[in-house]
Design a protein around this ligand. Structure first.
Ligand code: FAD
Length: 358
């Protein structure tokens, strides 16, 4: 019989520069790695979770703007296994610390379909449900079955199903309110027969057409998504960034009509939320471009030249400069359109600055 022994985490002072993809200098006075879920209950009994640790995957949607006052807890649990299999599908359970893109690559290599459109989304498996990651017409919730999480409030484990996760557009239960759940593993259902591949997203369709591929397989979609993403988005390892930095703002129809009278080409989409009736969603990248910030740099920061919504760090700058830069960009948009932009990423300093949802 194997007896699982709870490994004691190693607490230490740690530079966070390499632990978040924006690469700002910050130091955690207490940092620890969680390698196995068996570490969690002993930590809870010692009262560790009362100190509200910052949960960290690969930090590709998190920016440490100053030294965090709270402990930082990096989720590093590993393991991928098939937990159920039928003739037409498999259920894959992946530990929270696994890299998302590596999971996608593994699935495609096994000829399991469903997540190929989500290739090259940076970050971990455990963070994927937090904002219900999505790209090219597919989101995590399309394949999601359940996850196992640890309640930092009650010290117990729970299996949480799809309904309870309350997935929405880049949103879920885990993005709202005081964080309670530390996600340990995620289970997704992947297909073996691939009847329902999603290739109708416009840039994907155009790309496949150019290659003369009429009935793409999962490998074709994977390759296409990787190529398109590499051509459009900066690699955080080369040019530090966090992907889309601001949310697409939701505004009232009244404001939209006013803006439209001045900017007839202003795009708008349904707000997609029943609480936002009579409202529309405006692409933040369009607003930033119109306000003259696409491809513009100031000091160590800039808005990426090929994608106005991606804020990039050219190196050597700190949280204070980032704040000043954000204020310039959001101020320009506010002056021109009367619309306030809010960060999409998790900004962490003395306290978390919560990101209200789109
Ligand atoms: C270049 C680039 C492109 C991107 N493109 C996309 C895209 O196309 N679509 C998309 O949806 N996103 C995209 N993103 C955003 C990012 O990839 C996702 O948000 C990803 O899920 C973040 O993973 P992470 O491990 O880095 O999370 P982190 O930044 O470490 O954490 C994000 C949030 O999740 C919480 N968290 C992390 N792990 C756990 C856990 N185990 N349990 C509970 N909470 C946890 C953290 O506390 C934090 O609140 C992009 C980012 C970059 C840099």
């Amino acid at each position: 019989m194997t007896v699982e022994v709870a490994e004691r985490p190693h607490f230490k002072t740690q530079s966070l520069e390499g632990y978040h993809s924006m690469g700002l200098k910050a130091t955690a006075s207490e940092f620890f790695l969680i390698h196995t879920k068996h570490q969690l209950a002993p930590l809870w009994r010692e009262g560790w979770f009362d100190r509200r640790p910052v949960l960290l995957g690969e930090g590709t949607n998190t920016v440490f703007i100053t030294d965090p006052k709270r402990p930082v807890c990096k989720i590093a649990m590993k393991g991928i296994r098939i937990s159920d299999e039928s003739e037409s599908s498999v259920r894959v359970q992946a530990a929270a610390g696994e890299n998302w893109h590596q999971l996608v690559t593994w699935a495609v290599a096994q000829n399991y379909g469903g997540i190929e459109n989500l290739a090259l989304i940076p970050g971990t498996v455990g963070a994927a449900p937090v904002q219900n990651i999505g790209a090219y017409g597919v989101e995590l919730s399309d394949v999601f079955e359940e996850l196992e999480a640890f309640s930092m409030k009650h010290g117990t484990f729970k299996t949480i199903g799809r309904e309870e996760c309350r997935f929405g557009y880049r949103s879920s239960l885990f993005k709202h309110g005081e964080p309670e759940w530390l996600i340990c593993s995620v289970s997704i259902r992947l297909t073996k027969d691939h009847h329902k591949l999603s290739s109708s997203y416009q840039s994907l369709e155009t790309y496949l057409e150019k290659l003369g591929i009429q009935t793409p397989g999962i490998g074709d979609l994977y390759q296409a998504v990787c190529s398109i993403r590499k051509s459009k988005l900066p690699d955080p390892k080369i040019l530090p960034n966090c992907g889309s930095f601001f949310k697409n703002p939701v505004i009232s129809m009244e404001r939209f009509r006013h803006c439209k009278s001045m900017f007839p080409d202003m795009p708008a989409y349904p707000a997609g939320d029943s609480t936002a009736k009579g409202h529309v969603k405006i692409p933040a990248g369009w607003l930033i471009e119109k306000a003259g910030w696409k491809g513009r740099r100031k000091g160590g920061f800039g808005m990426y030249r090929q994608h106005a919504l991606v804020l990039v760090h050219f190196g050597g700058s700190g949280g204070g400069e980032l704040h000043a830069f954000m204020e310039e960009v959001t101020g320009a948009v506010l002056n021109l359109f009367g619309i306030q932009l809010e960060p999409e990423v998790h900004l962490i300093g003395d306290t978390i600055i919560p990101s209200t949802q789109t």
